[in-house]
Write a protein that binds this ligand. Sequence first.
Ligand code: PEP
Length: 250
Amino acid sequence: MRRKLVAGNWKMHGGLSANEALVRSMQARLTDAVACALCVPFPYLAQMSGLVGGTSIALGAQSISEHDSGAYTGEVSGGMLKEFGCEYVIVGHSERRAMFAEGDARVAAKFAAALRHGLTPILCVGETLAERESGETETVIARQIDAVIENSGVGTLGKAVLAYEPVWAIGTGRTATPDQAQQVHAFLRGRVAALDATLANGLMILYGGSVKASNAAEMFAMADVDGGLIGGASLVADDFLAICHAATRQ
Ligand code: PEP
C-alpha cells in the first residue's frame, strides 16, 4: 500500500512570527504515520528550514526556475532551493499556469530542473470548469502529463508526486466529489501504467481543491487518492492536523 502524503501550499501568505507559531503548533501534535510537507513562499525558506529541520515536516517551495543560473531577474533556481533544505517543489500549479504564462512546455522544463537538483516535483494537473463541462477533462489531463513524460521520460515520474487539482475546486470551497477525484486519479494512473505498470502502482497521486477537515477522510479513502495538496486549510494548524490525521486513518 502507498504511504499517504499531505502537502500544504501556503501560497502568498505568511509572516515571520505567524509562521513560527503555526509550525510549532503543528509539530507538537503531528505523528510520523503520514508524510507531511509545507510549501512556503521563497523568503521564508531559511526560517522554515530552521523550524522543520529534524522533524517529520518536509520543506517545499511553490515554484522553480527552469534555468540553473543566469540573467533571470526574480527567479529562483533548484540549487538555491536545495541549499535551503527543500525536498519538494510544486510545478504546474494552476495559478502559475493561468497567471504567469506557464504552459505545458515550461512546466515540463521546470519539472526537469527540479529533478536535476534532487528535488521532488509535485506536478499539478487539472481542468477548468469550462473544460470539464465540455467533456474535455481527460484530454486536458493527458496533455499536461504527456508533456512531462515526453520531455523527461516516464521513469522520472518515479521520483515525483502528481497532484490532481481541478481548477474549479481551488480556493472556491467547491471540492470535487470523491468519485470525481477517483475517476481522474485512476485515469492518470492508467495512462502511466500503459507505459510502466510497476511505476504506476507506486505513483503517489494527491488530490487538491478545497480539502478540509470535514471532507478529507472520504477523499483519502478512495483507492487512487494518496493524500492531498492543501491550500487554505494548511494555514490553520488545527485544520491541517485534522487533514493529516484523516490520512493516517486510511
Ligand atoms: C492549492 O492551492 O493547491 C489548493 C488546493 O488550494 P485550496 O485547498 O485552498 O483549494
